[in-house]
Structure formats: C-alpha cells, structure tokens
Ligand binder design. Structure first.
Ligand code: GLU
Length: 616
C-alpha cells in the first residue's frame, strides 16, 4: 500500500482535476442557473455496469462514483474511497443521506479475511419519553404522516460523521479532511440537477416549504431546481471544511451541536405552513455522547457461500440469513421461476414475522441472533411453508426458545408494525486493488429526512426515529427507549466463497431493502442470472402482510402464476414517492483473475453509476 505522503501527493492530482472542474463553474452562478455552455467537466454520464480490475466503485450518482474512483486511482483504499463517495452523496443526494443521518458500514479486510462492521445508527435522545409519539393534545398517536415524518420529534442523534471518522481511523489511509475534500469541491462548484433530484424536491415541496432554511436552500425562487441547472451548496462546503480543520468535534460539540439541538427542539417553521411539526428532544449532550458501535457481523451460510450482514440494531443480517436458511431446504434451481419466487416470498414472510417479534437494539433488548440464524430453527420455520399455496398473512412468529427442527405448532403472532417503504436512503459498494471491500448503506430515513435543514450549514436532519414502533408496548423489541437505536432494515451484505469475496451488495428502500438483497441473492445464486440480470430483474416484496408489494413488470411477468398460488400482488409505491419502484441497489461481483463486475441500477431511480479503475 502507498505511504501516506505519497498518497497525499497523488491526491494533489485529484485536486487538479477538481480545480479544472471548478473552473467551469468559475463564472459566478446564481443557485439554479442553467449549466454553462461549452465543456463541462462535471461527471453526469451514468454507466450502470463497469467491468475491469484494480478497484471499483458503484453508487446511485456519477459525481459520488467519480469521487470514489479518484481516491482509488490516487492510491487510496476501499475505505478511503467509500467515505469520499459517501460524503459526495451527502452533496448530490442530500435528501437520501448526509451528516444529518446514520447508516451501517460493512468492511471485508483482505489481509485478515475478516468482515467487520460499524453501526452508525441514529439514537433516541436521552430525554425522549416512551410516549413521545403520542400527541399530548389528543392522547392519540401522531399520524405517521404528516406529524411524525416532518418533525423534530423523529430526529435522532446523527451517526454518519462518526462512522466516517471511525472507518478511516480503523482501516483507511486518509484523514477525515482528505476524504471530505472531493465532496467539498462538488458542493462548492455545484452539480448538474437531474430528473431524480428535481422530482424528489417536487415530492417534498409541502414539507420543504414548512421550514425557512429548507425552503431557502432547496426551493430557490420558490421552485425545485430545474433539470440541467447547477445546484451549489457553499454552506455544506463550509461545514465540510470546518470538520476537515477541527475534526468531528466541530459537529458533535460546540456551536453546530447547539444549533442542531435548537432546531430540533424548536423547528424554524415558516409562518404559512399548516404542518404541525412536533418538537423534538435532541440536546448538545446527546451529540457529545454519541458513539458508533462495532457490531459483530451476522454470519450465515447459503449453498456453500458465507453471507455476512449487518447485526442488530439492523434487522438486515438476521432476516436475510433466516430466509436463506429456509430457502436452502428447497432446490430452487430445479423449480419453475414462479415456484421459486413463491418460495422466496413465503420464506421472507416467515423471517419478517420473527424480525417483528425478536429484533431491536441489542443494547436494550436481548436479540436471539444465534437462534434466528440457526439452521434447525429454519428447519422448523420451513414447516409453515406450503410449496403449493401461499399462507394467510400475517404468519405467526416462531418460538426461538424451544425448537428442534421438527414441525410443531407456532406461537402466537408477535408485534407487527406497519412498515413504510420508499426509495429514500442510498447505498454504495467499493473494492480496491488489494482486495478490500466496503458495502455501506446510509440514510436520513425519508427522502428529505425530517425536512429540517440546519441553518447556514447546508444539510438536512434525519427522521430516523420514525423507525421505532409508534405505540409503546413493553413486549415490543422496537419500542421507544431513551438512548436506543430504532430497528433498521439496512442490509449491506458481503458474500464470500471459499473465504474470498464473491459478491457485495445492498440497497435503499426501507424494509424492502431486506427483500431486495434477498431477491438479488436468489436471482444470482439460484436462478442462474448474472449479477447484471439479478439487479435489473423486476422486484417484489413480501413482509408478512396481506399483499405482496410488486413492481409493475413483476406483476406483468408473474402475476397470473403467483395469484394462482394464492398471492395477492399490489403495485409498489407509497404516498411519498412518485415511482412504483423497489430499491436502488449497487453490487460488485468478484470473478476469476481479480475481475470485478460493478453494477448499479440500469433504470430505477434514474439509473446508477458504476466505474472500475482499469477497464477490461
Ligand atoms: N429507515 C430505514 C431503515 O433503516 C431506511 C430508510 C429507507 O431506506 O427508506 O431501515
């Protein structure tokens, strides 16, 4: 690996490119001004597949992928590149991720052959009461929308910046400031607005209009930035600069920490807004006390592969692992595609039943991770899977306290919380020439998070605490508790074969993240698809609810066959998004002779962007 000095010199080359790109924007541009004519060096072309060697980056966004690739080319490792790409997503995908949010970082270390994780999930403030989601005016729970979604009460203590710092400190070669540099440049010179950015802004107009600072930043002149215009965020660039100079202290302590706490406890709403915007509980002390956790990755096996996933506080690793354990009992490759999909949907419902009953923040509840991932438990759960007919939903949870792999009656259904789904959040995959791999999912929860922009700092705060169950129930592992992490579905996953990386993948999409990763694994491992086909294939998501949420193309292809098996398919989508899509995945497959196939979405969410260091 390169020495730090050498790498810094190489990164100067990165800066030259950045400066060149900046020159294009040197003509003073008003926010939202049309892009300058002539040569524009801002990366905008999206190539969803890249095949080659020497390292790869794949994200939803060409600027973020370019930032990661530059770091790799300058000699940085996968962790350096992942942080640079993530920080850039904070600029270009500000409604999905950024320093106002949290996420989960999964890392395969080529030298040790081990998978390590960082849990950078947002936490509930220490003063958050268990009835925080009950409206004091009525005594009834707040509605999910608009009250909880657009609020201070759903803002958790952000963990993203601490995650970047920890990842770099543990495994990177760059300082935090160096890793932020490419993103800072993009924030200052601006990026070209595409349809997705404009549409996401339009989807949030009412929420964004509710807050003075958000309106000013994201609705300049009262409208969403036009497609093709340049969007700059100099305040975020200054915030990144401040962090580069002073480290994470500049965020977790001092004036910025006080400001974040202030706007959560007393959101700066516009006079005209009719949204209720309940106040939150965040204090400077919550920020000061925030710590990432190094969680042991979940490990399960599937047809000769080792599947490493995110442990609780995410439900990703246990739910995917359990569903795979159930599916492993059937020869999916010998079935027709609808039969195999039937098994996938039913296994997913069973695993979701157990997710609802058993998974929460392990610092507060005892999560039976080992038992949930036990093949014998899966054997018993598989008793509830009828190969010829869909079960009535919701199906009951299994009993992790007593099972022997033999079919027996299941216990009463535990807690099911209505899960929201949307295509907020973002995911990235990076590999370097030394064989290290990063799979990282980060979010501010809803597209646009809480809607609250931190004044003068250019970033949105999350509304991650909406992932807690709304109504307090002492038996619910995901009940609100002060200082607790709400249960997540984020599922950054690294699959090894014979101890070496085979596939790294992840996706946004709320609780559909779990099914998207699961379906891609089934597509790739069982249904004979290439990784490109596996990511492009139409998706459906069964999360132990009466109907299966499915993309229109899935309904067209398999609706008749699956309906005959007893499934009810309903078009995907929710009140928050205009697209009937599930997920926006990225993945890298590791082939023979160090060949990398990096893939992003070929069409969902306006396409993603994959790149390799040395093209094949
Ligand atoms: N809050 C979600 C989770 O942690 C992620 C947000 C999303 O993808 O919609 O599972």
């Amino acid at each position: 690996m390169l020495s730090r000095t050498h790498l810094r010199t190489s990164l100067a080359a990165v800066t030259v490119t950045g400066v060149l790109a900046g020159l294009v924007a040197a003509t003073p541009l008003a926010q939202g001004a049309p892009a300058p004519s002539g040569v524009d060096l801002r990366p905008t072309a999206k190539k969803p597949t890249a095949i080659g060697k020497g390292g790869a980056v794949t994200t939803v966004d060409p600027e973020a992928t370019a930032a990661g690739l530059k770091v790799l080319k300058a000699g940085g490792n996968a962790v350096d590149a992942a942080v640079a790409a993530a920080a850039t997503l904070g600029v270009t995908e500000p409604y999905s991720a950024g320093i106002g949010g949290g996420g989960y970082f999964v890392y395969y270390n080529a030298k040790t052959g081990k998978v390590r994780t960082i849990d950078g999930r947002e936490t509930a403030p220490r003063r958050m009461p268990q009835d925080a989601f009950i409206d004091p005016a009525t005594g009834a729970p707040y509605n999910f929308t608009p009250e909880l979604v657009t609020s201070g009460v759903s803002v958790g203590t952000p963990g993203t910046l601490a995650t970047w710092d920890k990842a770099l400190g543990n495994w990177g070669t760059l300082s935090l400031g160096e890793a932020l540099a490419p993103a800072t440049k993009v924030a200052r010179r601006g990026f070209k607005v595409d349809e997705t950015f404009r549409q996401q802004t339009l989807d949030n107009v009412q929420r964004f209009m509710a807050f003075k600072d958000t309106k000013k930043l994201f609705l300049p002149k009262g409208d969403a930035p036009k497609v093709g215009s340049i969007f700059r965020n100099p305040e975020l660039a200054d915030t990144y600069d401040l962090i580069a100079q002073k480290g994470t202290r500049a965020f977790y302590r001092g004036p910025l920490a006080r400001l974040m706490a202030d706007v959560v406890r007393k959101p700066r709403t516009t006079k005209k807004t009719k949204l209720p915007v309940p106040k939150g509980y965040l204090t400077p002390r919550d920020l000061r006390d925030y710590k990432v956790r190094s969680q042991k990755a979940t490990r399960s096996t599937y047809r000769g592969h080792d599947v490493y996933g995110m442990a609780p506080s995410s439900s990703g690793g246990t739910t995917i692992g359990e569903a795979l354990n159930i599916l492993e009992r059937y020869d999916l490759s010998a079935m027709t595609v609808p039969q195999a999909l039937h098994h996938y949907l039913e296994a997913s419902a069973l695993a979701f039943a157990d997710r609802g009953t058993y998974v929460g923040d392990p610092a507060f509840v005892d999560v039976p991770v080992k038992r949930l991932l036990d093949k014998k438990f899966a054997a018993e759960r598989a008793c509830s899977l009828n190969p010829d007919a869909a079960a009535a939903k919701p199906v009951a949870a299994g009993d992790v306290t007593s099972y022997d792999g033999v079919c027996s009656p299941t216990k009463e259904q535990g807690v099911t919380d209505p899960d929201t789904e949307n295509i907020s959040t973002t995911n990235l995959t990076v590999a370097d020439k030394w064989g290290n791999v990063v799979e990282y999912t980060l979010t501010i929860e809803q597209t646009g998070g809480s809607g609250i922009t931190v004044p003068g700092h250019g970033f949105l705060l999350n509304n991650e605490l909406t992932d807690f169950s709304t109504v307090y129930d002492a038996a619910d592992p995901n009940r609100i508790q002060p200082g607790k992490r709400p249960r997540s579905s984020m599922s950054p996953t690294i699959v090894l074969k014979d101890g070496k990386p085979f596939l790294a993948l992840g996706s946004p999409g709320g609780s559909t993240i779990i099914t998207t990763v699961l379906q891609m694994l089934v597509n790739r491992i069982d249904l004979g698809m290439t990784i490109e086909e596996a990511i492009a294939a139409p998706r459906a998501s069964q999360r132990n609810t009466a109907s299966v949420s499915a993309e229109p193309a899935f309904i067209d292809a398999y609706g008749v066959a699956l309906t005959a098996l007893g499934h009810t398919l309903a078009p995907a989508g929710d009140a928050f998004t205009s697209a009937a899509e599930i997920g926006a995945a990225t993945a890298i497959e590791f082939g023979p002779n160090k060949l990398l196939t990096a893939v992003a979405e070929p069409s969902r969410r306006g396409k993603g962007s994959a790149a390799v260091v040395d093209k094949k």
